[in-house]
Write a protein that binds this ligand. Structure first.
Ligand code: CUA
Length: 152
C-alpha cells in the first residue's frame, strides 16, 4: 500500500514537472525575442484615450493638460490657448514615425516616438504666440510641421 502511495506521488511529481516544462517552453515560444513593449499602438492612436480627443483640459488653477498627436506632417490640435502663468503638462505621441516637439523660446525639446508617450511640463510666464516645430527629420513635409500655443 505504501508502494502505491509512493508510485502515485512519483507520477504526480512527474506530471507537475512536465506541465511546468511545457508551460515554460510555450511561454517563451509565444514571445518573439525582438518584441518591444509599446505603451500605445501607433496605428490606433485616434481610438486610444486620451489621444482620441487631442486638446487642452484644465486640471487646476492655471494648470492644464495638453494632449497632442504628432503625425506626418503636422500636430493635432492646430493651436492651443492658455492664460499667462499657466503650467501646461504635455502628453504627446506619434501616429506614424519619429517626430520632434520643440517649443521655440523655451527649453522644451522632445523626441516623440510612435508607440511611446512623451511627457513634459512647462510654465508659460510670458504672453505671446509660441511656435512649436518638429526637429526630427520625418520626411518631405518635415519643415511644414508646426503648431502654436497662444499665451495671453
Ligand atoms: Cu515631424 Cu519632422
Amino acid at each position: 500500500r505504501l508502494e502505491k502511495i509512493w508510485l502515485s506521488f512519483g507520477i504526480a511529481m512527474l506530471a507537475v514537472f512536465l506541465i511546468v516544462l511545457g508551460a515554460t517552453a510555450f511561454g517563451s515560444g509565444m514571445k518573439p525575442p525582438s518584441e518591444h513593449h509599446h505603451a500605445i499602438d501607433p496605428t490606433k492612436v485616434s481610438e486610444t484615450a486620451p489621444f482620441d480627443k487631442p486638446g487642452l483640459t484644465q486640471t487646476g488653477d492655471k494648470q492644464y493638460e495638453a494632449v497632442l498627436v504628432a503625425y506626418a506632417f503636422g500636430y493635432e490640435p492646430q493651436t492651443l490657448e492658455v492664460p499667462v502663468g499657466s503650467t501646461v503638462d504635455f502628453m504627446i505621441t506619434s501616429s506614424d514615425v519619429v517626430h520632434g516637439f520643440n517649443i521655440i523660446g523655451t527649453n522644451v525639446n522632445l523626441m516623440v516616438e510612435p508607440g511611446e508617450v512623451s511627457h513634459i511640463s512647462h510654465v508659460f510666464d510670458k504672453p505671446g504666440e509660441y511656435l512649436i516645430i518638429c526637429n526630427e527629420y520625418c520626411g518631405t513635409g518635415h519643415e511644414y510641421m508646426k503648431t502654436t500655443i497662444v499665451v495671453k
